[in-house]
Design a protein. Structure first.
Length: 273
């Protein structure tokens, strides 16, 4: 019963993507894979795929290393500093819309704190939401800030499964600090890193609230990712069947990324065994 409830929206989307309805409430016309053919012949949709790839890559390139740094730093927190582990979850509890509002204020061109700090280094008047490159960077940073706690907690959990005697032996051999982390700890938490990468890429690939409220997909479609294209197709253009096809494309991309990451992690584990 639970499986049926979970699968029903997917099956409905697959079925709906095989039809086309000219007018809302009109008679659906079976078009087979026509919706998908039209999508991949549409330059705007292909642009959205490219923007999504840039966005997801940026989130992973920044999010995973930051998660490692914070997780290993927090794993050393003792005494009264242990409360820091608890408050790391706060950004994840804030909605995407609220996150976007925070970053709109912090990155404001005229009174944002980031531009004030950069001004001390001679970097002035950055137009974060008018420049296409900076708008994408702002979107990536907002998404990373929102989902970073998830990465930190997963890595912290993996860090706690490492045998303390193994780490003590590494200390005796002179492998301390980040040298120990790189050679001992990180290889032992590959499954947790793979899971963190899968979840972070999923969050980025399906992110709508942060980008929609932060940039609206602009400027000049610089941040028009697949979820933004889906939103516009479904609720502005009112092309529901086409929107269902986009849903399936996003689902397939998620499945491919998941299988890819998990396959690499399993291969790494087998080679290290």
């Amino acid at each position: 019963m639970v499986t049926a409830l979970l699968l029903f929206p997917v099956v409905y989307a697959v079925f709906g993507s095989l039809f086309d309805t000219e007018v809302i409430g009109g008679t659906p016309e079976f078009v087979g894979l026509g919706q998908y053919v039209d999508l991949f012949q549409d330059p705007d949709f292909l642009w959205s795929i490219g923007r999504t790839f840039v966005f997801v890559t940026g989130v992973l390139v920044i999010g995973i290393p930051l998660g490692l740094v914070f997780a290993f730093a927090l794993s050393r927190a003792t005494g009264k500093l242990r409360f820091l582990r608890g408050i790391t979850i706060v950004p994840y509890l804030i909605s995407g819309i609220a996150t976007a509002v925070i970053f709109r204020l912090v990155l404001n061109r005229d009174f944002g704190e980031v531009n004030r700090v950069l001004g001390f280094f001679g970097i002035e008047d950055l137009a974060w939401f008018s420049n296409p490159t900076l708008a994408m960077l702002a979107s990536v940073l907002a998404q990373v800030w929102s989902d970073l706690p998830l990465v930190i907690l997963l890595i912290l959990g993996g860090r706690r499964t490492i045998n303390a005697e193994m780490l003590d032996a590494a200390d005796v051999d002179g492998a301390t600090g980040w040298k120990r982390a790189w050679r001992i700890s990180i290889p032992l938490i590959i499954p947790q890193l793979a899971l963190a990468t899968i979840l972070l890429s999923y969050q980025a690939l399906t992110s709508l609230g942060v980008i929609l409220a932060l940039t609206g997909g602009g400027p000049v479609d610089a941040t028009r990712t697949l979820p933004i294209a889906l939103y516009e197709t479904a609720f502005i253009d009112l092309e529901t069947n086409k929107a269902m096809a986009i849903v399936i494309v996003i689902l397939l991309f998620n499945a491919l990324l998941t299988l890819g990451y998990w396959g690499l992690s399993r291969r790494y584990e087998l080679e290290g065994a």
